[in-house]
Design a protein around this ligand. Structure first.
Ligand code: GDG
Length: 479
């Protein structure tokens, strides 16, 4: 049963349905013998404050195919009702690994690898979107609010509106929306635009993405968008779809609290000692994805060492590459490329017991991650394109001692907000090397000034504000 909520607001707020590719759960333990738990972090933590006191349902895929042997999901986790959309192994391959990650992901990230457009995969994408939409249509209460997330589900808003015109539908895209010159490649561009325009509000991470989307509705659908809206023809004449930038934030206070905990501080000291004591520690943390520019920063760092721009007795580097999408060929290729590079750099520049780059290809616990943030003097965030980049914000929130520096690609959504970071063009290796040297040469006062300003930004525009602003705009009241 849906949670009914007990706070005073509960009676005013319409029931909320969240729709995302993944449910906020994970299966812990051996197949058949483990249990389902709430997945740590992620969207569910973000939405938690907004869901409190409001009847809410989350609809998504469990991460396990319908032919697997795991026990059934619980009906609710805490106060949140969860409903699984079953997907077969073949659907996951075609819809998720294929169309979502092989076509949309590279296309929306500036074609940094070539997208593969396969017709049967789009058919699977449409089918799976229809399954999601049908499940929402079946379960959403009359007059409720539905918030659909991300690139895997862009057809859902239109399908849902057709089935349930009583609903208020919001859509948020977590990744960039590309310029129309790139988007126009997509054989199914019209279907995707029309799919998104089924929503009442379409939200993006940045103003650039919002503009790109509105531009695409003009160029490819012949509509006449205004600054933050576009009118679309409808059965009853015309509907207005609002469009805007809603940059996602993090639970900054939670990172701050964790970073202050004595055991995290102790672990951070230990990491520093194990990595060479007094040297400045450069850190990279990313899903191992070709969009993240991991290779770029490794090259810049190693060239700067080789050329004497950085002194190996003064600096060292840790790169954590979290395993990701390993069934997709491009991801296996980028892993090979990065690991070859790390091997070469350490072969050329390392010494016994002292590699130039410490490299981990594994997931780490949230505690370990925060200890790394606390330990590192400089965070390197160099994506070729990134919707937002939460790692940059998490590092800033964890710098409770108000020291540290962020080198940040101008092609991240975060760069629109975090202007006091050291902004770089990741395609310009020479410029990146110069920036690394400039960070090392900066005075503590200069670094502290920048970091304080970054912290103000990350704490003010936190995830709570993101959720409240999006929902308030969707539901037509000012936060
Ligand atoms: C997409 C968009 C946008 C990662 N590995 C571990 C771990 N993480 C956590 C990080 C961070 C999150 O995962 C990664 O978020 P990013 O924003 O850096 O990147 P994407 O996964 O590409 O996310 C992106 C985001 O959606 C939100 O809208 O910002 O642009 O691409 O929170 O901390 N956490 C732990 N262990 C790991 O090994 N504990």
């Amino acid at each position: 049963m849906p949670s009914t909520g007990t706070s005073p607001e509960a009676s005013h707020a319409a029931p909320l349905v969240v729709v995302a590719n993944r449910l906020p759960v994970e299966y812990v333990g051996n197949a058949g013998e483990g249990e389902w738990r709430r997945a740590p972090g992620g969207l569910v933590s973000a939405l938690e404050p907004a869901l409190a006191g409001r009847p809410a349902t989350w609809i998504g895929w469990s991460g396990h195919t319908s032919d697997s042997t795991e026990p059934a999901l619980p009906e609710a986790i805490d106060d949140l009702r969860i409903v699984a959309v079953p997907l077969s192994g073949e659907q996951v391959e075609q819809f998720y690994e294929g169309f979502s990650n092989g076509a949309l992901w590279p296309l929306y990230h500036d074609v940094v690898v070539t997208p593969a457009y396969h017709r049967p995969e789009f058919v699977a994408y449409r089918e799976v979107n229809a399954v999601f939409a049908a499940k929402v249509a079946e379960l959403a209460p009359e007059g409720g609010t539905v918030w659909v997330h991300d690139y895997q589900l862009q057809l859902v808003p239109r399908m849902l509106r057709d089935a349930r015109p009583d609903l208020t539908i919001g859509f948020f895209l977590h990744i960039p929306f590309p310029p129309v010159e790139l988007f126009a490649q997509l054989p199914w561009r019209r279907q995707l635009l029309e799919g998104l325009l089924g929503a009442d509000l379409v939200g993006f991470q940045t103003h650039d993405s919002a503009r790109n989307f509105l531009g695409a509705t003009r160029r490819l659908l012949g509509l006449d968008p205004g600054g933050d809206r576009v009118d679309v023809p409808d059965q009853d004449g015309q509907r207005t779809v609002r469009v805007g930038a809603f940059p996602i934030g993090i639970g900054a206070a939670a990172f701050d609290t964790m970073a202050r905990a004595p055991q995290i501080q102790a672990r951070a000291r230990q990491i520093r000692e194990e990595m060479g004591g007094f040297r400045l520690l450069f850190l990279g943390v990313d899903r191992l994805d070709y969009t993240k520019g991991i290779d770029v920063r490794l090259r810049a760092f190693s060239e700067a060492l080789a050329e004497g721009l950085l002194d190996p007795s003064e600096v060292t580097m840790l790169q954590v590459a979290i395993p990701s999408r390993e069934t997709v060929e491009e991801y296996r290729n980028i892993r090979d490329e990065i690991e070859l590079l790390v091997g070469r750099i350490n072969g050329d520049l390392g010494r016994v017991g002292d590699p130039a780059i410490h490299y981990l290809h594994q997931s780490v616990s949230r505690e370990e991650l925060v200890a790394m943030y606390v330990a590192a003097d400089v965070l390197l965030v160099t994506p070729l394109r990134d919707g937002m980049n939460l790692v940059a914000k998490e590092y800033i929130a964890s710098r409770v001692q108000e020291t540290g520096a962020v080198v940040l690609s101008e092609f991240t959504g975060a760069a629109e907000q975090l202007q006091e970071a050291f902004i770089v063009n990741p395609y310009d290796i020479e410029g990146l090397k110069r920036t690394l040297a400039a960070v090392v040469a900066s005075t503590p006062e200069e670094l502290a000034r920048r970091l304080q300003s970054l912290r103000t930004n990350v704490f003010e525009d936190d995830v709570d504000r993101w959720v409240r602003t999006f929902l308030a705009t969707l539901e037509g009241h000012v936060p």
